[in-house]
Design a protein around this ligand. Structure first.
Ligand code: ZN
Ligand code: ZN
Length: 253
C-alpha cells in the first residue's frame, strides 16, 4: 500500500511568455511549485525539494540577478518542503530517498535539508551540471550529499510501484516518476517534462527547452502512458490542476 502526498512549496509569478512562447509579452501567470511525498513500506521518498527559503527574503542573493528578475516568489506560512513534512509529523531524516527531477532552482532548492537521504538523479543531469557549472546554481545541488547516478528507467523499491522514468528535453537528464499506488491508481509526476496539460495537448515547447526533439518525444511517452495505461499525469506547474488536488496533510491517495 502506497500513500502519496502533494506538498505545496509556494508559487512563482512570471511572464506567461516563458511558458507559452506564442503569447505576447506583458501578461503574467502564477504557477505552483510542488514536491511529492511517497510513503512505501520500505521507506519514504520525496520527489523534488522546491525553492530554498532564503529566496523569499533575499531573491537576488539566493537565486542570482537573472532568475530573480524573471520570477517573483510567493509562499505562505507552512509552505515549503520541510514545513509540509512537519505538518505530517515528519523530519527530513525520515526521508530515505530524494528524487530530483532536474537541477533547476525550483526543484532542488532544499536538497541541503536532506543530508541523510540518498539522492536519485539521472547520470546525464549530473554530468552536464558538473561540466557546465553556469547552467544550474551550484548552491542548490553541488553539496556533500549522497548522489546516486541512474541510467534510464529505475525501479526504486524493486516491486514496480515507484519507477523513475527518463523524460529528457526540458533538461539533459530530466526524469519523471511513475507511481502504481495499488487499487488501480497510477500517477506520473511529470516535473518539468510537461509544465501543464495545455502544453501536452497542444505540443507547446516552452522557452529554455534544452532539446526540442527530446522534449517532443517525452511528451509522446507521457501521452502514451495516459492513453494506453490509464495513468493520471500530475503536471509540474499547472495551477488549474494543482487547485483540484487534495494537498497535504490530506493524502492524494
Ligand atoms: Zn525546470
Ligand atoms: Zn520548474
Amino acid at each position: 500500500m502506497i500513500r502519496v502526498y502533494a506538498l505545496s512549496c509556494g508559487w512563482l509569478d512570471f511572464e506567461k511568455n516563458l511558458f507559452f512562447p506564442a503569447v505576447a509579452p506583458g501578461q503574467n501567470i502564477v504557477a505552483p511549485v510542488s514536491s511529492y511525498l511517497i510513503v512505501h513500506e520500505k521507506g519514504r521518498l520525496l520527489f523534488d525539494t522546491g525553492i530554498h527559503c532564503d529566496a523569499l527574503v533575499d531573491p537576488v542573493g539566493r537565486l542570482g540577478r537573472r532568475i530573480a528578475s524573471l520570477f517573483s516568489i510567493r509562499s505562505d506560512a507552512g509552505e515549503g518542503v520541510v514545513g509540509q513534512l512537519a505538518a505530517l509529523g515528519l523530519q527530513p531524516d525520515d526521508i530515505r530517498y530524494v528524487v530530483n527531477s532536474h537541477f533547476h532552482f525550483d526543484h532542488c532548492g532544499c536538497n541541503a535539508s536532506f543530508p541523510r537521504a540518498q539522492f536519485l538523479v539521472q547520470r546525464a543531469e549530473l554530468a552536464i551540471a558538473r561540466a557546465e557549472p553556469k547552467r544550474y546554481d551550484q548552491k542548490d545541488w553541488d553539496l556533500p550529499l549522497d548522489y546516486r547516478e541512474i541510467d534510464g528507467e529505475h525501479d526504486v523499491f524493486g516491486d514496480g510501484t515507484v519507477v523513475l522514468l527518463p523524460t529528457p528535453g526540458h533538461t539533459a537528464g530530466h526524469q519523471s516518476l511513475w507511481i502504481r499506488a495499488g487499487t488501480g491508481a497510477q500517477f506520473v509526476l511529470t516535473g518539468d517534462a510537461c509544465y501543464t496539460r495545455e502544453h501536452l495537448e497542444k505540443t507547446i515547447l516552452p522557452q529554455g527547452t534544452f532539446d526540442a526533439a527530446q522534449m517532443t518525444h517525452s511528451f509522446s511517452v507521457l501521452r502514451g502512458l495516459r492513453d494506453r495505461q490509464g495513468v493520471q499525469l500530475l503536471y509540474g506547474h499547472d495551477a488549474e490542476q494543482w487547485n483540484t488536488l487534495p494537498q497535504a496533510p490530506r493524502p492524494l491517495v
